[in-house]
Design a protein around this ligand. Sequence first.
Ligand code: ZN
Length: 139
Amino acid sequence: MNYRAVETAAEYVARLETGADWRAEIESLADAVDADAAWFTALGAVQDAELWFYDQDECEYHPIAFDEPLEVASCTGNVSWLDGERFAHTHAVLSDPDGEAVAGHLNEATVWAGEVHMRVFEEPLEREYDEVTELDLWL
Ligand code: ZN
């Protein structure tokens, strides 16, 4: 395990722009407030979505596309540096008109409406390629 203490530098709430990309909006917020590390929760609704599932045998992400309105019942994630850019690692539980849920790593989704709470930390976080998992993990 790799761990560190973190101090909250600031907290923000934000409304995401209709028609924008869900994850890009969170990354824009992180850029706007100079967040070098953050944790966030969010909720709302999207017009479509692409979730990714990581196959641990193949060490590859498999995309799952949804071209329909979905509720963002729950979304959580964090911001850290990856390849010189702020990356919002975003997971979400999305629900359909029957209340059925799908979930996973959220790559992209078109915002219908979204509300975010972001807690920014004093200490920066950075990702680097990990040979065992073939994922970009925190240093
Ligand atoms: Zn993920």
